[in-house]
Design a binder for this molecule. Sequence first.
Ligand SMILES: Nc1nc2c(ncn2[C@@H]2O[C@H](COP(=O)(O)OP(=O)(O)OP(=O)(O)O)[C@@H](O)[C@H]2O)c(=O)[nH]1
Ligand SMILES: [Mg+2]
Length: 257
Amino acid sequence: MDKIVIIPTFNEKENINSILHAIFNLNEGFHVLVIDDSSPDGTAQIVKDLQVKFREQLFLEERKGKLGLGTAYIHGFKWAIEKNYQFIFEMDADFSHNPKDLPRLYDACKKSGADVAIGSRYTNGGGVVNWPKDRIALSKGASLYTRIITWMPVKDPTAGFICYKKEVLETINLDEIQFVGYAFQIEMKFAAWKLGFKIKEVPIIFQDRAYGVSKMNKGIVKEGILGVLKLRWHSLFKNYRKRVKKSELDKASVENV
Ligand SMILES: Nc1nc2c(ncn2[C@@H]2O[C@H](COP(=O)(O)OP(=O)(O)OP(=O)(O)O)[C@@H](O)[C@H]2O)c(=O)[nH]1
Ligand SMILES: [Mg+2]
């Protein structure tokens, strides 16, 4: 088991078929795990139909109700660790992340020594096309804010297009990751950085979704603003590293599953 892309979905019926085909048509050996939160539009059924065609490569986990992006990924990370995948990816279903960039993220971890490779909009060569001005301002503002408060040396801390080496996700105590929206993306990078893992930013061009609706909301922004302060607070006074690092005992029990 080498590489698996985790895609959380909520109402992505316009995108799911084409994004899965785009990944499998790369012919690079990527497997995909979709985590669907009982999308009312029937996204999960489309995945089930495709599982007949992609029997060995496509997996589906269904959860009851919309439980948020963060917990969907944590569910997927645990699943992928248990199945012994070596490189575990995060990607959106809506084509904001170009599947053609997956091999570059993989190479950054496999060949260039990164433990975490981030598909980055704000590093040299990266960018954003056709996003409304207010979304760009929000995203850039969030990046700047995060860097000022946490000092984390990552130019795109809210990015959701990532490759993790398995060891990173095994070392982080996933049960201690608190957030569900953008703050989840920030916290995962923060935890990896605090635990001493090597993070590399790979430039990508990010596109606004063409189909389907955004799940972005005010609650996610609020969680981001307060969440970053909370992370900083915990790292200053409450020994964040100790809390977020899985003990050797816990790790052994995961490996024995
Ligand atoms: N399983 C699950 N997936 C979710 C949930 N919320 C969002 N997603 C998925 O997570 C990915 C990112 O969500 P988006 O709505 O695209 O969020 P965004 O990229 O910040 O917003 P836009 O830029 O407007 O697209 C998509 O694949 C969504 O379907 C959720 O609660 N549960
Ligand atoms: Mg999106």
